[in-house]
Write a protein that binds this ligand. Structure first.
Ligand SMILES: C[S@@+](CC[C@H](N)C(=O)[O-])C[C@H]1O[C@@H](n2cnc3c(N)ncnc32)[C@H](O)[C@@H]1O
Length: 209
């Protein structure tokens, strides 16, 4: 999928559907928060949510006192949902509208979080572009927490094909600079009560950028 098509697709989704009318809606991003705390994040840890969309993770991070939070998404409509919900607190967040496969990071982060964005990259070149950005933006010793549909999860999301992973498969794509430190299976309940199988993997960056 080309960048322009991706932008158009996600703009359309977020301008037509309410926050809780999409399958990935989560009232409480508990699995992500648990792993973020587990990797030893402190309030000062710079953290970026890739494909954060309208997720409530950013609300939780701000409530917990995180001081350096960035949310990146290809859709400005998605980020606007989160910004409106946060009101004045939105000013505490750095918002980046871009396609992750073409992003030029201008700084680095200690924690890279991605729930259900990477799995839309079905082409090898796009996956390589994602890993290149991950390596540009994650500090040495930093952690990448990546959640995708698991091997027994759905084959499509939001009308688009996805690639399903387990931790090993994801690790092969990230390469030897990333050491798997934790893994979780998670059953996500959609707003209409269907179950989706996710995997959450945590990788530590072990090389020196
Ligand atoms: C299934 S939603 C998940 C949203 C959010 N992470 C959550 O957990 O609620 C996928 C998100 O990834 C964004 N996205 C998809 N492809 C992207 C890309 N190439 N670059 C940046 N964002 C992307 C979409 O706009 C959408 O917000």
């Amino acid at each position: 999928m080309q960048s322009e098509d991706r932008h158009a697709h996600w703009q359309d989704v977020y301008s037509k559907k309410a926050e809780n009318e999409v399958s990935w809606f989560q009232e409480n991003p508990a699995p992500s928060i648990e792993l973020i705390m587990q990797v030893g994040a402190t309030r000062a840890s710079p953290i970026i949510d890739i494909g954060g969309g309208a997720s409530r993770l950013v609300d939780d991070l701000i409530d917990k006192g995180f001081e350096d939070v960035t949310v990146l998404d290809v859709s400005e409509a998605a980020l606007q949902v989160a910004r409106s919900r946060l009101g004045d607190r939105a000013a505490k967040v750095d918002w980046i509208v871009t396609d992750i496969t073409t992003w030029e990071p201008s700084r680095t982060y200690e924690i890279w979080h991605d729930r259900a964005a990477f799995h839309f990259l079905t082409g090898e070149n796009d996956r390589a572009a994602y890993v290149k950005r991950l390596k540009q933006a994650l500090k040495a010793g930093g952690h990448a927490i990546i959640a995708t549909f698991a091997l027994d999860g759905p084959e499509r999301c939001s009308g688009l094909p996805v690639v399903r992973y387990d931790a090993e498969g994801l690790g092969r794509i990230l390469g030897p600079a990333f050491q798997l430190t934790d893994r979780r299976q998670h059953r996500h309940a959609t707003p209409w009560g269907a179950e989706q199988s996710f995997q959450f993997s945590v990788f530590r960056r072990t090389d020196t950028p």
